[in-house]
Design a protein around this ligand. Structure first.
Ligand code: AMP
Length: 403
């Protein structure tokens, strides 16, 4: 089955065309800085994956997707010449609320419920929904599936997902922890079980998705029992531009002192905080590491804070589980930054998570799932390459095949 995977972000679009029978990616597209004057889109096709860069300045995420469809029909390297050759579309959706605990084929009812979930992930869900609508118009006969970041966390018990607020807010507005990055945590846990050579149901794992957004999950016997992201993807770890958890009273304090509106405060917490807010330079970890190496004190502080918060989250999930067999690192920072991993695990050896500094460094190991703790480490440390698009494609194939 030829599946177009659409992963729409607040200012980015990642898309792949995947032949699920052979698990082959035949097209890759990444659009970044979408909505700005510098927006660009790189598209490449198998087997060479030579990128062609398109200027998409000023376009919205769904307009970038429309441009990608155009490119896929016109480019001579493309494996398709007609959009009807796409068998199905798999959409990554950040928040599914209590409406969706598993992936679904998008019909009218599902689309209605998707609209209700938009306020749960205001940066991510609206552009994803806009892409779904655009595709429904351009490809009315092609089935679309929604794969939710929250679904894996549907197994959390009430003591983990409830907030200590008056019960009426849960009853009226379903305010509770939903978590995110579920597709990635589920995959990381399964891959770690493969690396350890043991069934997932026998293991206690702490999966760390550390990318632009970041979250950590306690996976007990294969099930998510707690995760750091909450009602929205703002809670938990310090992130590229998101604050993560802070004293909630700070929000009303700043609003009163500075006369900020709700939308302005939302932007401060989601887009101007985190590594960007503290370093004052960039929300990108590579930039922060480079600035810190050059002696920038604020960048150094941002990295120290980032590492400390990851360490504390790992420690709290060690306490939350009945056993801990491994900590799993995945996503941009978790997979690629030996430096960050060393900083994180330097502080955790006393809990039995002992990094092998050489294995951690291995050149050319990027993209390879592996164990990077010493042989005798009571708790293993694994690195797993996030492969979100393939997972979404497979899930889409499963559901559409049953239609
Ligand atoms: P993601 O959201 O998973 O694409 O991850 C993006 C984040 O990973 C950004 O903050 C990048 O700076 C960071 N990242 C990617 N490669 C590296 C690397 N080699 N070292 C440090 N950070 C990296």
């Amino acid at each position: 089955m030829l599946v177009l995977v659409v992963n729409a972000g607040s200012s980015s679009l990642k898309s792949q065309l995947i032949e699920t029978d052979g698990k082959l990616t035949v097209m890759k597209c990444i659009a970044e800085k979408v909505g700005t004057d510098q927006a660009f889109m790189n598209v490449s096709f198998a087997p060479e994956f030579q990128k062609t860069r398109y200027n998409v300045a000023g376009k919205t995420v769904e307009q970038c997707l429309a441009k990608l469809l155009e490119v896929m029909v016109e480019d001579i390297e493309s494996p398709i010449s007609n959009l009807n050759q796409i068998d199905a579309v798999g959409n990554r959706i950040v928040a599914g609320g209590e409406y969706f605990t598993r992936s679904v084929v998008i019909d009218a009812q599902a689309r209605e419920n998707l609209a209700k979930c938009e306020e749960l992930a205001p940066l991510h869900n609206p552009p994803a929904d806009a892409c779904i609508d655009m595709l429904r118009e351009m490809l009315p006969e092609t089935p679309q599936v929604a794969v939710f970041d929250t679904a894996f966390h549907a197994t959390m018990p009430p003591k983990a997902y409830m907030y200590p607020l008056p019960m009426e807010y849960y009853e009226k507005y379903h305010i509770r922890r939903y978590g995110a990055h579920g597709t990635s945590h589920r995959y990381a846990a399964q891959q770690a079980a493969n690396l350890l050579g043991r069934p997932l149901r026998d293991l206690g794992l702490i999966t760390c998705h550390l990318g632009n957004g970041g979250s950590i999950t306690a996976v007990n016997h294969g099930k998510s029992i707690d995760t750091t992201m909450g009602f929205t993807p703002l809670e938990g770890l310090m992130m590229g531009t998101r604050s993560g958890s802070i004293d909630p009273a700070i929000i009303t304090y700043i609003m009163r002192r500075e006369g900020k509106s709700f939308d302005e405060m939302d932007a401060i917490l989601n887009r101007e905080s985190g590594i960007l807010g503290v370093s004052g330079k960039s929300g990108d970890m590579r930039d922060a590491l480079a600035a810190a190496a050059g002696g920038d004190e604020r960048a150094k502080l941002a990295i120290e804070m980032y590492v400390y918060r990851v360490q504390k989250a790992i420690g709290s999930y060690y306490a939350a589980m009945t056993r801990t067999d491994a900590v799993v690192m995945t996503a941009g920072i978790g997979e690629n930054s030996a430096e960050l991993r060393e900083l994180i695990f330097d502080g955790l050896a006393h809990m039995g998570m002992i990094l092998d500094k050489e294995r951690n460094q291995v050149e050319g190991a990027i993209g390879m799932n592996r164990i990077i703790s010493i042989d005798d480490s009571p708790i293993k440390i694994c690195v797993v390459t996030a492969d979100e698009e393939i997972r979404i494609a497979r899930e889409t194939d499963n559901l559409v095949s049953q239609l």
